[in-house]
Design a protein around this ligand. Structure first.
Ligand SMILES: N[C@@H](CCC(=O)N[C@@H](CS)C(=O)NCC(=O)O)C(=O)O
Length: 208
């Protein structure tokens, strides 16, 4: 059985966990925080979470785990059948990670862990996020899901990946991203109704 190493505080951990719940893939959770201990580094070479333990070995990087779960062919597919549309999903996830989540992460210390960031850093992040959200608005369909009419991996990636980003924007600049990015609020509302999402959020609240 797959073991998912990590913690419910991690947005990336929650993406993988939620997808496994959604696909009804049996798995166990192994509680671990990101760390640089040699034992953990032998499983997750950057010391990050999540990390997936499979019968064949360990896997890291959320997008890689999603691909593995898809190839594994257990439960419903969360990619469109069409190759081009599938590539568009991967493109969306890449944009979410590189141009939105990673820049915003530079302020997680400031917003969530009481480690103040300079005004220069905040300004630099804001410029990147403005560009990132505009680009997302150009490629996302929100019809009502990010990649179109079908629920895909992108929706899980966006729901958990963007949640802390939305917090950063609200707390740092009183920037209401959910209202500004057309379709995002509706997509979040739809995702919040899913049993898999409810379970992950409940776990996050009870054992962060
Ligand atoms: N690119 C990685 C990012 C994972 C990541 O950044 N995880 C955070 C927790 S949400 C972490 O482990 N941070 C500790 C660190 O960067 O050393 C993925 O896609 O899984």
């Amino acid at each position: 059985m797959i073991k998912l190493h990590g913690m419910p505080l991690s947005n990336y951990y929650n993406v993988v966990k939620c997808v496994m719940l959604e696909k009804e893939v049996p798995f166990e959770e192994v509680a671990v925080k990101p760390n640089q201990e040699s034992d953990y580094l032998s499983k997750s070479p950057m010391g990050k979470v999540p990390c997936m333990e499979t019968a064949a070995g360990f896997l890291t990087e959320t997008s890689v785990m999603l691909e593995y779960l898809e190839d594994f062919n257990s439960g419903k597919s969360l990619y469109p059948a069409d190759s081009f549309q599938k590539a568009k999903c991967r493109e969306l996830m890449r944009y979410l990670e590189l141009y939105i989540e990673l820049p915003a992460r530079r302020l997680y210390g400031d917003v969530f862990f009481g480690r103040p960031a300079s005004d220069e850093e905040k300004d630099a992040v804001k410029k990147l996020l403005e560009k990132g959200f505009l680009a997302l608005g150009r490629i996302a369909k929100f019809d009502p899901y990010l990649a179109g009419e079908e629920l895909t991996y992108v929706d899980f990636y966006a729901f958990f990946g963007l949640s802390p980003v939305i917090g950063v924007c609200r707390k740092t600049w009183e920037w209401d991203v959910k209202s500004e990015v057309s379709g995002l609020k509706r997509q979040f509302d739809l995702m919040s109704q899913r049993e898999s999402v409810k379970q992950v959020k409940a776990d996050q609240a009870s054992k962060p």
